[in-house]
Design a protein around this ligand. Structure first.
Ligand code: DX5
Ligand code: ZN
Length: 208
């Protein structure tokens, strides 16, 4: 299992990014919030961009924003593997997927807990990853929603029907207990479970 580490709950982001460099974590998960799609707001890019020089890992960018098209060019200029935005934004989805690919970056679509899996169907040929939210987007440290297990199965079945090689990433409330609900996933994104512990590598090993 691949692991992506979110630093949303970090008390000291620079220290934690340096600690994560010393682990075998696969990606750094970057949560971006605009104060509109979700209530909270992350720092503007001009302040945030200094932080990324402290990580040697590839970035897995999660845009929780109303207007992804404005953010894609900013994050495309970093060491980015994936840029993911939410299917619930409901506009310019194909344009955003195309723009991400134009930067030779892999494109993800995220699904909030109350959104139907069928909403992904029109976009499946144009995405590389589905990010299934196992908590309501907007903050770290929430409990994993039990209905996620069925949702993962539903997405996996859909992908199989379409003979799709799209990968599944699960985000929110991931721990050594809830990981057992996510066996059909390819990547687990964990925040507080990793950054609130002393030994990051030990936590990562428990999730793999
Ligand atoms: C929630 C974010 C998640 C979150 C994960 O809105 O998208 O990435 O930071 O943090 P934990 O693992 O603490 O739920
Ligand atoms: Zn996230």
């Amino acid at each position: 299992m691949k692991i992506s580490a979110s630093f949303l709950s970090s008390k000291d982001v620079v220290r934690d990014l340096k600690k994560l460099n010393e682990t075998n974590v696969d990606f750094i998960h970057v949560d971006i919030m605009d104060g509109k799609f979700v209530k909270k707001k992350t720092m503007p890019f001009r302040e945030m961009k200094h932080i990324y020089k402290y990580t040697s890992k590839r970035l897995d960018v999660h845009l929780m924003v109303e207007d992804p098209i404005k953010y894609i060019p900013l994050y495309a200029g970093l060491n980015t593997e994936y840029i993911t935005f939410h299917v619930e934004v409901g506009h310019d989805i194909l344009d955003c997927l195309e723009l991400i690919h134009a930067y030779s970056i892999k494109a993800g679509l995220a699904l909030s807990p109350n959104t139907k899996v069928s909403s992904l169907v029109p976009y499946l040929p144009y995405v590389d990853m589905i990010l299934i939210m196992s908590v309501e987007p907007g903050q770290g440290g929430q409990a994993f929603l039990p209905e996620t297990k069925n949702k993962i199965e539903e997405v996996r079945t859909l992908l199989n029907e379409y003979h799709s090689s799209v990968i599944i990433n699960i985000d929110g409330g991931i721990t050594e207990v809830t990981k057992s609900e996510c066996r059909m996933a390819d990547i687990l994104t964990a925040g507080s479970y990793i950054v609130e512990a002393d030994d990051f590598q030990e936590q990562i090993n428990r999730l793999r």
